[in-house]
Design a binder for this molecule. Structure first.
Ligand code: GH3
Ligand code: MG
Length: 316
């Protein structure tokens, strides 16, 4: 995927590329009257260099220019703009069918002919700017939707859906690389009693604080802390041996203790504690991510059985 750099100029920025000075002056005036900012290029090379540097919202491109003609420039601009597709309006002195086809084939969204009909130009640029703004809003909404679909609203760590997706993805990657994948399951001890004693809101607040500790303990960029469900969290640790996973589990255990959240009805201590199960595997075609989860769950229940507020390991 090419890098997507959203153009976000206010007022909108128009790149005018034309080798004829008088045309550039005319275009600049028309665009400035509309309240846009204008930057000029007098040949194809300059047009591409300015485009790369300034990422204008719309490009007005003369079809016939020295160095590189408008058609070649247009293709290059589309390549550079990646997913954002900067609208290019081609300005051509040639009204023949072939040139029009060539402009659209190069990726131009529209064209006007010389001599320029200024009212037509203004309306077309206005429409293009509207389209750019709409597209940007759509992109933002999409981004927000993706965030909502992947993150848990209460704790702001990844949700179960993202966990499942990421575990599959990393399992496949570790299968190819033949390196260890570790998984930690982490469950708050006697949390039902906590809710019963302090109320559901205090319970929610406790979940947020524990999630924060887990996030701080899983420091590597590829680590993924997630809310697995209810009061159970999971941490996916790619390229991590059991020893490394133990370090993370230990940091979580200590971090939660240090929160020192009162829990007078706990069977373990008078503060909130967690139990953790750790599983590590080098993926192979005869095992599966589900088996890794089962192994981490088994280790978690062992930690619970042995008295809670501890971690236990299981090698699958
Ligand atoms: P154990 O030490 O064996 O894990 O005991 P526990 O009480 O923590 O486990 P149990 O599974 O019996 O109870 C889990 C509790 O977690 C029950 C449920 O009300 C609470 N819980 C689950 N999700 C939420 C939530 O989103 N907010 C709050 N406040 N509580 C939740
Ligand atoms: Mg629990």
């Amino acid at each position: 995927m090419p890098e997507i750099i959203p153009s976000n100029h206010n007022p909108p920025l128009i790149l005018v590329a034309d080798d004829d000075k008088m045309t550039r002056i005319g275009l600049r005036q028309a665009m400035e009257q509309e309240g846009y900012q204008v930057v000029e290029a007098n040949d194809g090379e300059a047009c591409l260099a300015i485009y790369a540097r300034m990422r204008p919202d719309v490009v007005l491109l003369d079809a016939i220019m020295p160095c590189r003609d408008g058609f070649t420039c247009c293709v290059q601009i589309q390549r550079m703009s990646g997913g954002t597709r900067t609208p290019v309006l081609m300005i051509t002195g040639l009204e023949d069918q072939e040139s029009v086809d060539q402009a659209f084939a190069a990726g131009a969204v529209d064209y006007i002919t010389k001599p320029i009909h200024w009212a037509v130009l203004r309306q077309r640029v206005r429409r293009l700017i509207q389209q750019v703004r709409l597209y940007q809003q759509l992109e933002q909404a999409n981004h927000e939707l993706q965030r909502l679909a992947s993150f848990d609203g209460l704790t702001q760590v990844a949700n179960r859906r993202r966990f499942d997706e990421y575990l599959q993805q990393e399992w496949q990657r570790m299968l190819r690389d033949q390196t260890s994948l570790s998984l930690i399951m982490c469950d708050i001890d006697c949390f039902k009693l906590f809710n019963d004693t302090y109320g559901h809101q205090a319970g929610d607040d406790c979940l947020r604080q524990v999630a924060n500790v887990i996030q701080n303990a899983a420091k590597r960029s590829l680590d993924l802390p997630a809310r697995y469900g209810g009061e159970e969290f999971a941490v996916i640790l790619p390229t991590t041996e059991q020893e490394g996973a133990i370090q993370v589990a230990h940091a979580i255990q200590v971090g939660v203790r240090e929160l020192a959240i009162a829990h007078t009805s706990s069977k373990v201590k008078s503060i909130v504690t967690v139990s953790l199960g750790i599983a590590t595997a080098i993926p192979s075609p005869i095992t599966s991510p589900e088996l890794l989860i089962t192994a981490a769950d088994k280790a978690l229940y062992q930690a619970k059985d042995e008295g809670r507020d501890r971690y236990s390991t299981c090698v699958s």
